[in-house]
Design a protein around this ligand. Structure first.
Ligand code: ARG
Length: 285
């Protein structure tokens, strides 16, 4: 018996070296509730959060990534979710302006870091939560709205970066940032292998689903179960994809497509409503 394999299982996937910014969860806890995952009445274990984060750091180190660190600040328990600190492309850092006041001081803190590290910082005019809602897929930027980033921030990003920006409407409060509902599988797009994504269909409104189906006919559609452990909140170098270890079906789908999924347990950081991608801000110089 021959096993049928999708054509792209044999694709030669080449890892591209990534540069990322991370923030140690030294002050991580859940002391307020700004998404349905957060339960301030339940205990958290900061030292466990740090150990799990260190494991993610180790995986990135082993993959050969360049990792930069921003100092965590006391009183900002969500600062570990570095993806929300801005959106960085072509050496330009578009700053974040947070929806909820609890996180607002993070915006300037990240902008200061970008400035001190040679980025051309653009102060945001509109509410936006950085790479939580802006995902670069090949040359195109997918932009989320509905819960956090204002749709006007999408126009701002289009103006600043001069790229195509596709607005997507999120409708499920559990998947409040675009990076909880879409995984970018390929950092680079080629003619032979256009950059692809994985996503959770039920997280999007109908017009957005139509856009996704047209733009990414080959996308991986993930199950509710895998999305519910923030399986989509993953980080890829084009071959290796770091994902939530519990997202078993997603893991299988990735393997079938010729990727190398690497599972990690970030259960403690999940208590704040974040996973692998949330802890990772890509720096593109
Ligand atoms: N507690 C944080 C918030 O609600 C989690 C942020 C997760 N980050 C992300 N990129 N999805 O803002």
């Amino acid at each position: 018996m021959t096993l049928l394999q999708p054509a792209d299982a044999t694709l030669d996937r080449t890892p591209v070296k990534r540069t990322v910014l991370m923030c140690r969860p030294d002050y991580f806890t859940v002391s307020y509730r700004i998404n349905p995952w957060m339960h301030p009445e339940d205990p958290t274990d900061t030292s466990l959060a740090v150990r799990q984060w260190e494991q993610l750091h180790r995986i990135y180190t082993d993959l050969g990534f360049d990792i930069e660190l921003i100092d965590p600040l006391p009183g900002l328990p969500d600062m570990v979710y570095a993806a929300n600190g801005g959106f960085v492309l072509d050496g330009i850092a578009y700053g974040a302006s947070f929806t909820y006041e609890q996180r607002q001081p993070e915006g300037p803190a990240y902008m200061t870091w970008f400035r001190e590290h040679g980025f051309d910082v653009r102060e945001p005019e509109n509410i936006n939560e950085g790479e939580g809602d802006f995902l670069l897929v090949g040359e195109r930027i997918l932009a989320g709205t509905g819960f956090r980033s204002a749709s006007h921030s999408h126009e701002e990003v289009e103006r600043i970066f001069g790229r195509e920006v596709v607005t997507l409407g999120l409708i499920n409060p559990s998947f409040y940032h675009l990076d909880t509902a879409i995984a970018v599988l390929d950092p680079v797009s080629t003619d032979a292998a256009p950059a692809n994504i994985a996503y959770l269909e039920s997280a999007f409104d109908e017009p957005s689903l139509e856009k996704l189906r047209t733009l990414y006919p080959d996308a991986i559609l993930v199950s509710e179960d895998d999305a519910a452990v923030l399986g989509l909140n993953s980080f890829s170098d084009g071959y290796n994809i770091v994902i939530a270890a519990r997202a078993k079906d997603f893991e299988r789908q990735l393997r079938e497509r010729g990727y190398n999924p690497i599972g990690i347990d970030l259960s403690e950081l999940l208590l704040g409503g974040g996973g692998v991608k949330c802890c990772t801000l890509e720096l593109r110089r």
